[in-house]
Design a protein. Structure first.
Length: 321
């Protein structure tokens, strides 16, 4: 009974958080994730010996365990807002005037960019949306969403009856993607209203990967902030890609693997809605809503000229002074 009450309470929290949302100046929608605590990572579990009558053999079990996700540890997070989709090529282009992606599409996730270019994109967006400080999602924030939302629990038992079809309703993976990238927000969202947290494109996180040096999560921050250490050149990824199979996912899987087909999802770490209006229908954050679109030109690369000309005025880059 207590478990049922707790589940109902959690679902109510998810529904409320999905209602608290805002859309920023370039059309990104953000939803609020409530504050909370969770157990991050996983301790190693013994795997069953091969059984000729089930799919759950020893090698399959081992492949779904991340040996570098230990020790399991408690993380306390403050509330934050996350983008409902990954950054699209059109959104990236509005800020940078370039589209580095090899597979082009206005609503496809942007990819083929490095950390320096990521910083440039985020800094320019922060300058455009005065009063709002965006950043790339952290690993703890990603896992907090996945472990706290029952919608993702199906990935922990991929061979259950009807589970594969439910997974395909939520994610673009090997069995339904035709081995190609797809536009964002085409699949079923989770309980928060977030799309594509699993599959389609790997999500590059703000953290740096520490596993090549051993130690797993020893030394990781307990407040959900990014774990960044000087000298670590390895990127951190989560969520898998469109060519990953449906039965190789748990909330801990796919922490480092990427083929270059990776993108980012932004978060706003404020506790209150920056687009909230007062009783007189005025924005409470007045600095954010000052006119900032005085023009539609930013220097563009020659390779992006045709793409630029194909865009409507609303889609073209904005001047950021």
């Amino acid at each position: 009974m207590k478990q049922k009450i707790a589940l109902v309470s959690l679902l109510c929290t998810l529904q409320l958080s999905a209602q608290d949302s805002f859309v920023n100046s370039i059309g990104m929608k953000f939803v609020k994730i409530p504050a909370g605590s969770f157990m991050m990572g996983s301790d190693h579990k013994p795997c069953p010996k091969d059984d000729p009558f089930t799919y759950e053999d020893e090698s399959n079990c081992m492949s779904r365990q991340d040996k570098n996700a230990a020790p399991r540890h408690k993380v306390n997070l403050k509330s934050f807002y996350t983008g409902t989709t990954e950054v699209t090529q059109e959104q990236w282009y509005k800020i940078t005037g370039t589209n580095p992606s090899e597979i082009k599409g206005r609503t496809l996730p942007v990819f083929n960019f490095n950390r320096k270019e990521t910083d440039m994109f985020v800094n320019k967006l922060n300058k455009l949306d005065k009063g709002v400080h965006y950043s790339v999602m952290t690993e703890a924030q990603w896992e907090y969403i996945v472990t706290s939302d029952p919608a993702y629990h199906i990935f922990d038992n991929p061979y259950g009856k009807g589970v594969k079809n439910k997974i395909y309703q939520m994610a673009w993976l090997k069995g339904n993607s035709n081995d190609t990238l797809h536009p964002v927000a085409q699949k079923k969202p989770d309980s928060f209203g977030i799309y594509d947290l699993i599959g389609n494109a790997h999500e590059r996180l703000l953290d740096r990967a520490h596993h090549p040096y051993g130690g797993g999560y020893i030394g990781v921050p307990s407040d959900g902030s990014a774990w960044i250490t000087r000298g670590r050149k390895y990127e951190m990824y989560r969520g898998g890609n469109y060519y990953d199979t449906y039965d190789h996912f748990t909330s801990m899987w796919m922490r480092y693997k990427s083929s270059g087909m990776d993108t980012i999802r932004l978060v706003y770490n404020g506790s209150s809605n920056p687009m909230k209006k007062d009783t007189n229908n005025n924005f409470t954050n007045t600095a954010l809503h000052k006119e900032s679109r005085k023009g539609t030109h930013i220097n563009t690369n020659a390779q992006d000229t045709n793409y630029f000309n194909s865009l409507s005025n609303d889609s073209k880059p904005v001047n950021i002074e």
